[in-house]
Design a protein around this ligand. Structure first.
Ligand code: G3P
Ligand code: MG
Length: 355
């Protein structure tokens, strides 16, 4: 379809203002391909929408919703602002674990195991959410290396572990905040906790394999993506694939379905939270936060971005720069409102729709 009006909006000096328009952008496969590769189209589009070029009478509201994570929200916001060339506010970024902040308030004073990410970054995420006793797998290995003897702590890891006697510490939850860097170790530790007696490592409760006797440890997952788009051209396995392994191993060791609570896209809690953020952002830029919005989600993954947006009543724009491609006429598993080559084409299309 032609996007003449949209193009005009993106490149001309003056435009009519699309008052109800708002955007939700996925990051990996839409704005970026890998850690260090920001798409130039993404930079152009975000500068335009934020009003930085002076071509808009006021900013067009947008936020980024990623199933990525593993870094405190504030640090990720600052890093993305630098990379993308626009100053994002705290209301413009939702990572897969951001909506968990409120959910885990109940564990504020309780020991939790935080899994995933580089080094002890996920411990810092948990601390930024107010959790006072977040432990990481390396702490447990430092306590008893025999609990998982297939990999050893590096010197760097030894420098940040927190020594504790875990035979005396009852865990209340295991929180998976990002891709684990040691799948075998972390599957083992999570299964240990789920089958433990009152959340203590090295114990196993009677009836741990009976469906009518649930355990004491809640498993909370962020990011359900089985695949995602990194700097490698073929989709890579993500945190959702780790969950599939947990489900399979839990089933084969206990005979039961894995009990867990899931956040991230495509789940409603994440979209509700994001819409709230968009409205906070409107307020922040001095616009009516209760106004009617037509939100367009731009994503590369039909199973997360598109499914979630469709279910939440947003418009959905599927791009060809990430997980999805249709080189051989493939149809997406969830039908978007439109398929576009990249984020810039998608934004042009949406502006045209709204003018
Ligand atoms: O780990 C990142 C990933 O699963 C997807 O990130 O930005 O495409 O939702 P994003
Ligand atoms: Mg993506």
């Amino acid at each position: 379809s032609t996007t003449v009006a949209g193009k005009r909006a993106l490149h001309a000096k003056t435009t009519p203002f699309p008052d109800k328009l708002a955007f939700a952008f996925d990051i990996d496969g839409v704005l970026k391909q890998g850690h260090h590769n920001v798409l130039p189209q993404a930079k152009r589009v975000l500068r335009f929408l934020s009003g930085a070029e002076g071509r808009l009478p006021k900013p067009i509201p947008f936020l980024l919703i990623t199933n990525g994570g593993g870094i405190p929200d504030e640090e990720r916001r600052a890093a993305l602002s630098r990379e993308l060339g626009v100053e994002l506010t705290e209301n413009q970024l939702v990572q897969s674990h951001t909506p968990i902040k409120e959910y885990v308030d109940k564990y504020k004073d309780k020991p939790v195991l935080v899994v995933g990410g580089k080094g002890e970054n996920c411990r810092r995420v948990a601390e930024s959410y107010g959790l006072k006793h977040p432990y990481i797998p390396q702490d447990i290995i430092a306590w008893k290396p025999d609990i998982w003897d297939r990999t050893e702590l590096t010197e760097e890891e030894k420098s940040f572990v927190r020594p504790a006697d875990f035979s005396q510490i009852p865990f209340s939850a295991a929180l998976v905040f990002d891709d684990t860097r040691d799948w075998g170790r972390d599957i083992t530790l999570i299964l240990d906790l789920l089958s433990s007696d009152k959340g203590v490592f090295g114990t196993r409760r009677e009836g741990h394999n009976r469906a009518d006797l649930s355990g004491d440890v809640e498993l909370v997952m962020s990011n359900a993506d089985v695949e995602w788009r990194s700097s490698w051209p073929i989709p890579r396995l993500g945190t959702g694939a780790f969950r599939l392994c947990l489900e399979a191993t839990y089933k084969s060791t206990t005979g039961l379905e894995l009990p867990y609570k899931q956040f991230g896209k495509p789940f409603k809690a994440t979209y509700e939270f994001s819409e709230l953020m968009l409205r906070r952002y409107l307020k922040q830029v001095g616009r009516n936060s209760n106004k009617e919005l037509n939100v367009y989600m731009v994503g590369d993954n039909p199973l997360s971005d598109i499914d979630g947006a469709n279910r939440f009543g947003w418009n959905s724009i599927l791009v060809r720069t990430g997980v999805f491609h249709d080189k051989h006429g493939e149809k997406p598993s969830h039908k978007p409102t439109v398929i576009c080559d990249d984020v810039e084409k998608g934004v042009e299309w949406a502006i045209q729709e709204e003018l």
